[in-house]
Design a protein around this ligand. Sequence first.
Ligand code: DX5
Ligand code: ZN
Length: 221
Amino acid sequence: MAIKLAPSILAADFRHLEADCLAAIDAGIDWLHLDIMDGHFVPNISFGPLVVRALQSLREKHSIFLDCHLMIDNPDAYIEAFAKAGAQNVTVHVEATRHLHRTIELIKSHDMQAGVTLNPATPLSTLVEVLPLVDLVLIMSVNPGFGGQRYIPGSSDKIRRLRGMLDAVGSHAWLQVDGGIGPDNAAEVIAAGATVLVAGSAVFQADRPIADAVAAFHAVF
Ligand code: DX5
Ligand code: ZN
C-alpha cells in the first residue's frame, strides 16, 4: 500500500489557504487533512463544512482526497452536512459517540469513507468490534485540539499493536497517524505500520517553503 502524506490545513495560512494547498499539491500531495473542532470535545474551535466546500475546486481539479477529522461531540448530527460539503472521508472519535457502529453506518450511507480514531489514553480494545467495518483508523499521537505539539513516544508501539490487529482481521484500512509528525520521525511511524502521515506544522509552518517541506517527507517515503 502506498504511503500518503496528508497535510493538515489547520497549520496553513488562512489568508491564502488555497495558495498554501496548491503549493503542497504541486509538490505531490493528494490528500488534505481537515481538522474540525467544536470547542467542546477539544478546547479549541477551528472550522466546519464551509471550509470543506471552499476546497471543492481542489478536489475537482486536482483529485485531492478531503479527509475530515471530526473532533466534535455528537458527530452524527453533522455527517450529512460534511457529505453535502464534499468530504470524502469522515473520521470520528470513539470517545465522542455512544453508538459508534451506527455512526459508521451513517457515514457510509452518505457514500463517504468511514474512519475511527482514539485519544492517546484510549485503549485499542475499544475498536475491536468495528475494525472490519472501517476504511481508516487514526492513531492520535498528541492530545487533540492543537497543532505544533510534540509526538507522544509511546504512539509507535500503539501503531504497531494496531497494525497487528488490522492484519489479524484482514483489514485493508488506512492506518493514519496524526500529531507531531515530521521528516525526522516519519520512518519510525512507517516502520511501525502507518500508511497515512498527517502533518500540519511540519508542512505549513516549517522554516522552509511548503514545496521543500513536502519534499523532505518524500525523501523518506
Ligand atoms: C490535532 C490535529 C492534528 C494537528 C496536526 O488535534 O488532529 O491534525 O493539526 O498538527 P501537527 O502536525 O503540527 O502536530
Ligand atoms: Zn487531525
